[in-house]
Design a protein around this ligand. Structure first.
Ligand code: GDP
Length: 296
């Protein structure tokens, strides 16, 4: 499970700290050295770790003022607070449009889980009372249209497509018009991916943005790729101004560095996490709960 290595190391560090009645500055520094090593080991961005440790240290100096907690508990609380804030603080939700339909555009590289996540998100939002329409804008791989149709069929959620002969911005525009006519209050657009980021892809995605002015642009990235995922997020954000990130495959054996670095490096919050291949395996991302999980 994600973070198991990190959680184990941090819990070990804090167990040692708890054993001490009073904490000297050396005790705190020794603990922070171990926290630093554990975060680097979990593949968290180097600069993110450096800033994180500096913030914790600053707050941990002179902590003996709070009477209700032991010094060790206070250090742990500071680490918990800072981990939560590193991951975005509070939960970030989908911004619904004041005049429906809300348009959500999904972007990402091949294999990240974009098409699956598009369907999962429709399922997730339907449970909250939305009436989603899925849109197949990946016209370059015939299999991609088919894949979305199959997933939509499994969920009994409509999928709009115009085959592969119409330009994606036009498909997206037509889908939004259809949603407006037919009372679908949520449009989720699956776009083309590539193996690597290239100019042609970015230009096309920008054209779709121009055409439908999405309320949300969500980047789907694979947590297993660690810092690559963070770099992909940085590049997409520079070109498209993302509103959020969906981190997939958090059920796998990932060290979790991407979850801890994405917000700090890109400024974009993680909004959802994928935790399995099934269509109900998408969860809201709660920074606070994630920090609980890491600290045990
Ligand atoms: P796309 O190329 O980005 O559209 O990727 P797909 O949606 O086709 O997904 C690629 C593979 O990743 C598929 O086998 C999915 O079942 C799998 N996948 C997607 N999300 C998750 C997840 O959260 N956990 C796991 N374990 N697999 C996932």
């Amino acid at each position: 499970m994600v973070f198991s290595g990190l959680a184990e190391k941090l819990q070990e560090t804090f167990k040692k700290l708890r054993g001490k009645g009073r904490l000297t500055e050396e005790d705190v520094d020794q603990a922070l050295k171990e926290v630093r090593r554990a975060l680097i080991g979990a593949d968290v961005n180097f600069k993110v770790v450096k800033d994180f440790i500096a913030r914790v240290r600053e707050r941990a100096v002179g902590i003996d003022v709070l009477q209700s907690l032991t010094p060790a508990q206070q250090v742990i609380k500071i680490v918990h607070d800072e981990l939560t804030s590193l991951m975005g603080g509070s939960r970030s939700k989908i911004e619904l449009a004041s005049a429906p339909p809300t348009v959500v555009m999904m972007v990402g590289l091949h294999g990240a889980g974009k098409t699956t996540t598009t369907a999962k998100l429709a399922n997730h939002m339907r449970r909250q009372g939305r009436r989603p329409l899925l849109v197949a804008c990946d016209i370059y791989r015939p299999a991609a249209i088919k894949q979305l149709q199959v997933l939509g069929g499994q969920l009994d959620i409509p999928v709009f497509n115009m085959g592969d002969g119409v330009a994606p911005p036009d498909i997206a525009r037509a889908a939004v018009e259809k949603a407006r006519r037919e009372g679908n209050d949520l449009v989720i657009i699956d776009t083309a991916g590539r193996l690597h980021i290239d100019e042609e892809l970015m230009a096309e995605l920008q054209n779709i943005v121009e055409a439908v002015k999405p309320n949300e642009i969500l980047l789907v990235v694979d947590a297993m790729t660690g810092q690559d995922a963070v770099n992909v997020a940085k590049t997409f954000n520079e070109r498209l101004t993302l509103t959020g990130v969906v981190l997939t495959k958090l059920d796998g054996d990932t060290r979790g560095g991407a979850a801890l670095s994405v917000k700090a490096v890109t400024g974009c919050p993680i909004k959802f996490v994928g935790v399995g291949e099934k269509l109900d395996a998408l969860e809201d991302f709660h920074p606070n709960r994630m920090a609980d999980r890491i600290l045990g």
